[in-house]
Design a protein around this ligand. Sequence first.
Ligand code: ZN
Ligand code: ZN
Length: 363
Amino acid sequence: MSAVDKKAVLANDRFSQPALPSVDQIRAAIPKECFEKNLPLALAYMVWDFILLIFLYKIEPIFELGGLPGMIFWYFIVGMVLSCIFVIGHDCGHTTFSNYQWFNDFIGHICHGMIFTPYWPWQKSHRHHHTYTAHLKKDAGHAWTTEEVWSSWGEFHRFYATKGGFFLMMVGWWFYTIAGIADGSHFWPFSKLFKNNTERIQCVISGLVCVGWATAAFYFFGTFPLWIKFYVLPCIAHSFWLLMITYLQHQTDDIQVYEDGTWGYLRGQLQTIDRPYGFGIDYLMHHITDGHVAHHLFFTGIPHYNLMKATAVIKEMLEPYGVYRYQKSPDFLWQLAALTNRLEYLVGEGTGLLKYAKKKNID
Ligand SMILES: [Zn+2]
Ligand SMILES: [Zn+2]
């Protein structure tokens, strides 16, 4: 047995679990209709989201009466509704919106392009996140911080990576998609994200769609300050929501991250947490919050409107093994603040299993 194999066996022993049901067994237990796409229903959800967005813009003057707090609240809600629309585009990218590839791509470019997200490039990087969830090196959708990386940072870097959580969520989307940290730029056709000319052409097309939407918004709102107010700031609010949701779905004190030799598809996907936010948010956001384990296991199979039916089965099957993660999160903002502050770095690199180092106060 090679040294690498030995290391893998050792690491596997350390977190061995009773044999879990296989992905195929879980799939077989889920009602078949959960895997069926319903195009009229998918379109109805999309139209509903757009009606909600238009309504919010119509009633914006009421929020202005509340001054700065009123407007912050407005942006908070607008960011959420834009994220609902984003989830529709997310289904398009996973081909669960309709059975027609061209139609998925068309709707995806509407729902993502309008939030300055290049549809095809993000579809690619997001699929990578799904394919290698919780793999230290390959799941670049999450910038895992290891002990080694953490120790190379100065005080300021450590401060904004933890205490600056909220601010990072607001700008993180642009660092990720434009600057390309860590998957490569989603807007630059020659970035490391793209492997062939088809992908590079797709990058240019999706990028131009984003520019087209931003330009249309500029002419629609008429002036630069209004464009900032009604287009740029809502996009930033969307960044906050999307990154908060993503963070909370994959980060908690006992999350496990794996390496080559110990990572496995099911094991990786189960490092996902279902978090009901309450207040109707889960319904509005098409269950990206409380049906995320089901989404991760069958990301190209289950449309958003069937996630909760599948979740009930998954919960029943996996809960006895202690591997179904669920946490009620009506205090999601507080949880985000607490976790970004608390979860500093992963320890155990090289052993096959990484976990968060616990601070003394939570030991
Ligand atoms: Zn995910
Ligand atoms: Zn997904």
